[in-house]
Design a protein around this ligand. Structure first.
Ligand code: CU
Length: 448
């Protein structure tokens, strides 16, 4: 019984994008294998749960803020989660419909994505479908997804940089405006993934223009982070380092995005190692850095203990230097024309030239992976053996979560819901290091 399930499942063999026509037809020799069907069904379930989660975030943020917590007094972490949820709710359903149509093509004999359909080895031509339709549906989610991954990291980084430089976040409203602009533009650029599909060049140039526009809010955020750090009294905690690392990686990966956003350059670089380097830096490593920063920063809140600093510093520096050693050379490989997704490069004309680079990348990847295990060890070790937190607000932060007890009971505030009187970024103000959001504004207090 069990073995027959495995015989019939097999892998989901369409690659991560699952483009038709490869994915729309059951593969020759695959018989009735349903791996891709199971993958599509699990994606549908995942999307439904993401939608419900997103709706939950949106309705909670809009309806259940505590007294005094106006929208513009919310921490940027919460704003980022709000925008993330909005992006998800508006873009995921499009992929859901794309996946369901693909399931129909595979199982019900429809041809949404097939222009030619093969039955019993015979080609029945011109069923009227379009494989490109799937790419449109896929990338209408696919591009906003980049920001669904990045925005939460951006929110955490904003909070961590402000707290650890003991300065108000620079340009709070500009940060909100930038996130809003990113959300709007994220829906208008999806075809920059499709410049080589035979897209009308004029239409392509519209997508080029809209794509390059995203550089404006992105740069605005970067300058705000740097200006927040400027002349701050910076504490280089592991969280701060990872947050600064995030900004560095976001700049590096963002700049190559400007290359790839131009269709004329993208047509040359499409499906080369340059693309691999670009998106791994900007949405892979950068968002991981945001997550590492967040874990280190809120760990004392979650578990009442600190993570080990020595392990954290080793983890940071090896990962930071390693990430650049791995992905920097890939840009040059891509510029020289090396395609992506080639496992075996024998027969590749310039193999000798690139062979050593590949070996270096492989060795560094193994080292960087080993260091990630140190992080996992640090996480679980510190839950039980980490240095204990003695005060409920170890970083001297203003936001509400640090006003609860170290091990808060049910309801977090012992029945008394806190009231908010100010924004969360009153640091180094009127001769005071920090002023929590719960403290009423004094009569002679200066404006921020
Ligand atoms: Cu994109």
């Amino acid at each position: 019984m069990l073995s027959s399930i495995f015989v019939h499942t097999g892998p989901a063999s369409g690659g991560w994008t699952t483009y038709p026509p490869l994915s729309a037809l059951r593969q020759a020799g695959d018989g009735q294998k349903i791996g891709t069907d199971l993958w599509l069904i699990s994606m549908a379930l995942f999307i439904v749960s993401s939608l419900l989660g997103g709706l939950n975030y949106i309705s909670t943020i809009l309806n259940m803020r505590t007294k005094g917590m106006s929208m513009t007094r919310m921490p940027l972490t919460i704003w980022a989660m709000f925008f993330t949820a909005v992006l998800g709710v508006l873009s995921f359903p499009v992929l859901l419909s794309g996946a369901i149509l693909l399931l129909f093509d595979r199982n019900l004999g429809t041809s949404f994505y097939l222009s030619d359909i093969v039955i019993n080895g015979e080609i029945l031509p011109n069923e009227g479908g379009s494989a490109i339709l799937y790419q449109h549906l896929f990338w209408f989610l696919g591009h906003p997804e980049v920001y669904i991954i990045l925005l939460p990291a951006m929110g955490m980084v904003s909070e961590i940089l402000s707290v650890n430089s003991r300065k108000p976040i620079f340009g709070y409203m500009a940060m909100l405006g930038s996130m809003f602009a990113i959300c709007i533009l994220a829906f208008l650029v999806w075809a920059h993934h499709m410049f080589v599909t035979g897209l009308n060049p004029f239409l392509g140039s519209v997508f080029v223009l809209l794509t390059l526009l995203i550089a404006v809010p992105s740069a605005s955020k970067v300058f705000n982070w740097l200006t927040t750090l400027w002349r701050g009294n910076i504490r280089f905690t592991p969280a701060t380092l990872f947050a600064i690392g995030f900004v560095s990686l976001f700049i590096s990966g963002g700049l190559t995005g400007i290359f790839l956003g131009n269709s004329t350059i993208d047509i040359h670089l499409h499906d080369t190692m340059f693309v691999v380097a670009h998106f791994h830096i900007v949405m892979g490593v950068a968002s991981f850095f945001g997550m590492f920063a967040g874990v280190h920063h809120w760990f004392p809140k979650m578990f009442g203990r600190y993570m080990n600093n020595t392990i954290a510093y080793i983890h940071f520096w090896v990962t930071m230097v390693g990430a650049y050693l791995i992905f920097w050379p890939m840009h040059y490989q891509g510029l020289a024309g090396m395609p992506r997704r080639y496992l075996d490069k024998r027969g590749w004309a310039s193999f000798n030239q690139f062979g050593d680079t590949d070996k270096m990348i492989t060795v560094v990847s193994i080292i960087v992976f080993a260091v990630q295990l140190m992080f996992v060890f640090n996480f679980f070790y510190s839950i039980f053996k980490g240095r204990k937190v003695t005060t409920k607000n170890p970083w001297g932060a203003n936001t509400l979560e640090w006003t609860t007890e170290i091990n808060p009971g049910h309801g977090n505030w012992d029945g008394e819901i806190p009231e908010v009187h100010r924004w969360p970024y009153d640091y180094s103000k009127d001769g005071r290091d920090f002023i929590p959001q719960t403290e009423p504004v004094g009569e002679n207090e200066s404006k921020h």
